[in-house]
Design a protein around this ligand. Structure first.
Ligand code: SF4
Length: 367
C-alpha cells in the first residue's frame, strides 16, 4: 500500500537507525506528544533502534487519558437520565469516573450508543425527536473540527434535542506547560502530525525559541518516527532549536484553513483541566455563546463538583515525561485492561495499554 509499506521497511529503518547512532554523542530525552506515536513506538519496538543514550518519553496526547474526572462524572450523570441517548466513542465507556464508568450506566439500562462520527449523533437526533441526544465531544485539534461541524449542522437544521458535552484540548499550551516545569527533562519534541495537519505549525517557533527545544512535526509510521527522532537529534547535537516538518506529505505550514475557520465559528479558547496534569490556561475549547443551546453542561443542571482522583494512578507523571508505565506500582497488578485504574490502561492511545499489550507480547515472542 502506498505511503504505508515504504514507511515500515526494515532496511530503511536500519539505515536511519545507523545514522542516529552515528550522530549521537551524549544522552538526550525526546518526547513524542501523541499517544498514536507512543503506540507505534512500543508496537514496533522502535526504542531498540536507538542508542541507549536516547530516551523517548511519552506525552499528553491521548484524548481519552486527559479528559478530566469531573467531565467523566458529568457524562455519567447525563447518560443515566432516562430521556437521554448518550453518544460516545467506545474508548470512553470504560474510563473510570469517581464511582463508576459509562459501561456500568449502560449495564444499568442507560441508552448509551457507541458512534464513530459526531454526524451519527446528528442523525440520531433527527430520528428521535422525542429524546435528548448528547454527544461526548472529546479530543484534540484533530477531532474538534468534525465536532464543530455537528454543532453547526444542528443549528442549521434547527435541532433542539442535540447537545455536546465538550472536552477539547489544545496541544501547544501543553507543550509549553511541560517546557516550563522546573523538573522537566524533555529536550526535544516530536509534534503530532495529525494535529498539525489541521492547525499547521506556525504556533511552534515561538515555543522552540523561548524554551530552546527543537520541535519536529512527525508522522506515525516507524520510519516517520525514527526520521523525526533523527531530525531532532541533529538539532540537539548542533545546539539548534528550530521547528522542522518531517511529515511534509500531510502537513502544510498553515494547516487546513477551512477546518480552522469552522473551529473559530463554533468554539472559543478557554482554560482546560487535564486529568492527572491540572488546569492549563488557554488549552481547551468551549462552545461560543451563540451555540449555548447545544451545550450539554448548560442544558442539564448538574450538581457535580471536581473530584480528586484517589485511584493511585500516576498518569499525570507519565504524560509529562517524568515516569514510564512500568514505574507505576499498579501496572499489570491492580491495573490491567480488563480492570483499569486509570484511563491510559483503557484507551487505544494510552501509554499503559501500549506497554501492557506490546511489551508483554514482545516478551512472550522472545520465549
Ligand atoms: S498502570 Fe494504571 S494506574 Fe498506573 S499509571 Fe497506568 S493507568 Fe494509571
Amino acid at each position: 500500500m502506498k505511503y504505508l509499506h515504504e514507511y515500515r521497511q526494515r532496511q530503511s529503518i536500519e539505515k536511519i537507525s545507523a545514522e542516529i547512532a552515528r550522530i549521537t554523542t551524549r544522552p538526550w530525552t525526546i518526547m513524542e506528544v501523541c499517544g498514536g506515536q507512543t503506540h507505534a513506538i512500543v508496537k514496533y519496538g522502535l526504542q531498540q533502534f536507538l542508542p541507549q543514550q536516547v530516551e523517548l518519553v511519552h506525552g499528553p496526547g491521548c484524548p481519552v487519558c486527559v479528559t478530566s474526572l469531573e467531565i467523566i462524572d458529568k457524562a455519567i450523570a447525563i447518560a443515566a437520565r432516562p430521556e437521554v441517548i448518550f453518544c460516545s466513542f467506545g474508548d470512553m465507556l470504560r474510563v473510570p469516573g469517581s464511582e463508576r464508568d459509562l459501561l456500568a450506566v449502560k449495564a444499568g439500562g442507560g441508552d448509551i450508543r457507541t458512534v464513530y462520527s459526531p454526524l451519527h449523533a446528528v442523525e440520531l437526533a433527527q430520528q428521535n425527536p422525542d429524546r435528548e441526544v448528547v454527544f461526548f465531544a472529546i479530543g484534540f485539534e484533530t477531532t474538534a473540527p468534525a465536532n464543530a461541524m455537528a454543532a453547526f449542522l444542528a443549528r442549521k437544521k434547527g435541532l433542539r434535542n442535540l447537545s455536546l458535552l465538550v472536552s477539547h484540548f489544545l496541544v501547544p499550551p501543553a507543550i509549553e506547560s511541560i517546557c516550563s516545569a522546573a523538573d522537566s527533562r524533555v529536550q526535544g519534541f516530536l509534534a503530532a502530525g495529525h494535529v498539525c495537519a489541521i492547525m499547521g505549525y506556525e504556533q511552534y517557533p515561538p515555543l522552540a525559541s523561548k524554551y530552546r527545544v527543537p520541535i519536529v512535526v512527525t508522522g506515525f509510521e516507524p520510519l516517520d518516527i525514527l526520521e523525526g527522532v533523527m531530525m531532532c537529534l541533529r538539532q540537539l547535537e548542533q545546539g539548534c532549536c528550530s521547528v522542522e516538518n518531517q511529515y511534509a506529505r500531510a502537513v502544510e505550514r498553515r494547516g487546513n484553513i477551512p477546518a480552522q475557520e469552522m473551529l473559530e465559528q463554533v468554539f472559543d479558547i478557554a482554560a482546560q483541566t487535564w486529568r492527572g496534569v491540572g488546569t492549563i490556561g488557554a488549552s481547551g475549547l468551549r462552545l461560543r455563546p451563540e451555540f449555548a443551546a447545544f451545550d450539554a453542561e448548560k442544558k442539564f443542571s448538574l450538581d457535580i463538583s471536581p473530584q480528586i482522583d484517589s485511584s493511585g494512578c500516576i498518569s499525570g507523571q507519565i504524560m509529562q515525561g517524568q515516569k514510564k508505565p512500568c514505574d507505576c506500582p499498579h501496572f499489570g497488578q491492580r491495573c490491567r485492561p480488563e480492570q483499569p485504574l486509570g484511563a491510559p490502561m483503557v484507551s487505544s492511545e494510552g501509554a499503559c495499554a501500549a506497554y501492557y499489550r506490546y511489551s508483554r507480547q514482545v516478551t512472550a515472542d522472545e520465549h
